[in-house]
Design a protein around this ligand. Structure first.
Ligand SMILES: Nc1ncnc2c1ncn2[C@@H]1O[C@H](COP(=O)(O)OP(=O)(O)OP(=O)(O)O)[C@@H](O)[C@H]1O
Ligand SMILES: [Mg+2]
Length: 314
């Protein structure tokens, strides 16, 4: 029953009861009301108001409660939904609200998946261009410099050697950036090798010690899931390097039942995990793409990022 009808019926029932009592009861009102009649009328009116208020409260109360709770629901968390009240208007409101949050979440996930796919495609394109265009050109320059060095007069040798060294460093940088943009090893050699090269890069550039534990013989995962695991590991390591002040980081990839678990744990100073930025939100979105579960725990002795994905994830 709609809210309008419910309120209308309650008011109607109270008024009908009052009218029936007036007609059937021993009440009368003189043309000039006397005190005792005014008192009876007053008491009757008060009783009507109280009964009406009580009935309305019992049917509208759940609606108020639901409206208050709506503000606390976080659409990002799939399990965060309102509990269904027992009585009708509240129940309908909650059902409608929860269905709307579900739809919002579905649409968000779909558009996030699209955005992430577009981002990966763009990274792929930039990486290829860096590798094929900039990388090739730098290689040509490097080879030219080597040849020039052999034929150049002695007084130019030092300058040319310096140029050659700088060009080689530039080429390394280009290759490193291309690798970060598109983990080619992931496609060519698989997740374990890609994580190995990621942790090696990380150790070189952060100065922190890295321990890597990858259980051999992990079940094969779909390429999309491998990319999700790789990107989450990449962001977790980047965070450990940028924010944690960690001296050692451990990355592990193991099998837990019918799931594969990636854990990146640092010994840094930790942070308040409720203050998520784009990086952590991105990890969560990617985890959802792989039907996985991401948990981030942190205290002043370190931060642990854990992602579990089902082996059968598609
Ligand atoms: N391992 C960590 N140790 C300490 N603090 C961390 C760690 N990871 C994240 N944080 C804190 O949480 C914040 C949010 O991290 P998040 O990755 O979401 O965003 P960001 O790294 O600041 O930016 P982005 O990842 O978009 O470049 C960080 O700014 C940092 O303060
Ligand atoms: Mg980050």
């Amino acid at each position: 029953m709609g809210l309008f009808w419910k309120v209308g019926l309650i008011n109607g029932a109270v008024l009908v009861a009052a009218a029936a009592l007036l007609v059937l009861g021993p009440f009368s009102v003189s043309r000039r009301p006397v005190m005792s009649e005014v008192v009876v009328l007053g008491v009757g009116l008060l009783a009507m108001l109280v009964v009406n208020a009580l009935l309305l409260r019992s049917s509208l109360g759940p609606v108020d409660r639901v409206v208050r709770e709506m503000a606390t629901v976080d659409p990002l968390h799939p399990t965060d939904r309102l509990a269904t009240p027992r009585s009708a208007p509240g129940r309908q409101l909650v059902a409608g609200f929860n269905a709307m949050v579900d739809r919002l979440q579905d649409e968000r996930s779909a558009s996030n998946a699209k955005a992430l796919a577009a981002q990966e495609a763009e990274r792929h394109r930039i990486a290829q261009e860096l590798h094929d265009e900039v990388g090739q050109r730098l290689t040509v320059v490097l080879l030219g410099l080597k040849r020039a060095e052999q034929r150049a007069p002695a007084e130019l040798a030092a300058d040319l050697a310096l140029l050659r060294e700088t060009t080689r460093e530039g080429l390394d940088d280009v290759r490193r950036v291309a690798r970060q943009l598109r983990p080619g090893v992931l496609e060519d050699l698989g997740l374990a090798s890609a994580l190995a090269s990621l942790t090696t890069d990380f150790a070189q550039h952060s100065g922190a010690q890295v321990r890597r534990v990858v259980t051999p013989g992990l079940p094969p995962l779909p390429p999309d899931t491998e990319l999700v695991l790789y990107r989450v590991a990449q962001e977790a390591l980047t965070n450990a390097a940028r924010h944690a002040g960690a001296t050692s980081v451990e990355l592990s990839l193991t099998r837990v039942g019918d799931r594969v678990a990636l854990v990146v744990a640092d010994d840094g100073h930790g942070f308040d995990v409720r203050r998520e930025g784009a990086g952590l939100r991105g990890m969560r979105e990617r985890a959802r793409l792989a039907s996985g579960e991401l948990t981030v725990t942190s205290d002043p002795s370190g931060t642990t990022v854990r992602l579990e994905v089902p082996v059968t994830a598609s």
